[in-house]
Design a protein around this ligand. Structure first.
Ligand code: SF4
Length: 241
């Protein structure tokens, strides 16, 4: 099948591309991600993808980078964790609808996406949005849940020295990721302080025991030296007896 693969970034493309090629599809990649902010980040991810696609001789088509459209459709929902799923749904929709329209306009038979590689995404929502984007345009949605491939994608992208971003894409997700990292670091520091406090009396007792043994050893050494000195003096005093 002539298949358009919507790709969010280079690392997430590795495994879906490999598996879809094994299925025998004729694949082109669509980089349509107006969610990514700032623009420098968008371009960095794009370049990473382009560099890899070149090594595989795969065409990449870039969509229109339109962060205002993303802000209108998804960003407007805001950063509230309780509405995050709705925001991500709107975000998937914007990108998959754009990719589906391109696919329909350019003679593709189906559409797939790399979005399901990440275990941090809403897999079933992605499925629904892919089906919806394809349905009205006569395209076949080629859906796979690639979460099991995440460790292998991580391993391969590291081995290839690929740029690996540390947040999903939008400005909200950057704040969320930074906050989560800070929370994890604070939690690690709290646990370490707790562990150190628990260990302090044990370490103090161990140190006291080490000191006691050193003092005992020292006293024994001094006693032996005194005995040797006394013996030596005795021998010298009676050398001529
Ligand atoms: S967290 Fe990711 S999927 Fe959700 S809105 Fe932001 S960029 Fe889109």
């Amino acid at each position: 099948m002539k298949l358009l693969l919507h790709a969010c970034c280079g690392p997430c493309t590795l495994e879906p591309l490999r598996l879809l090629q094994e299925e025998g599809h004729d694949i082109s990649i669509a980089y349509m991600n107006s969610n990514i902010a700032p623009k420098a980040e968008y371009e960095h991810r794009l370049q990473t993808l382009l560099d890899y696609a070149k090594t595989q001789d795969i065409d990449v088509v870039e969509g229109v980078y339109d962060p205002k459209a993303w802000a209108r459709e998804a960003g407007v929902i805001g950063p509230d964790p309780e509405t995050r799923e709705s925001r991500c749904r709107a975000c998937y929709r914007l990108r998959l609808q754009e990719a589906a329209q391109y696919a329909a306009d350019h003679g593709f038979d189906g559409l797939a996406t790399t979005l399901t590689v990440s275990p941090y995404q809403y897999t079933e929502v992605i499925h629904e949005e892919l089906v919806d984007a394809c349905g009205t345009r006569g395209l076949k949605p080629v859906f796979h849940d690639y979460r099991e491939q995440y460790p292998e994608a991580t391993r391969r992208s590291r081995a290839l020295g690929m740029y690996r971003q540390d947040y999903c894409g939008c400005a909200y997700s950057k704040v969320e990721a930074d906050t989560e990292r800070a929370e994890r670091a604070a939690e690690r520091a709290r646990k370490k302080a707790e562990h150190d406090a628990e260990m302090a009396p044990i370490r103090a007792a161990q140190e006291a025991e080490r000191k006691r043994k050193r003092a005992e050893k020292q006293a024994y050494a001094e006693k032996r030296a005194a005995q040797r000195a006394a013996l030596k003096a005795y021998k010298q005093a009676h050398a001529n007896d």
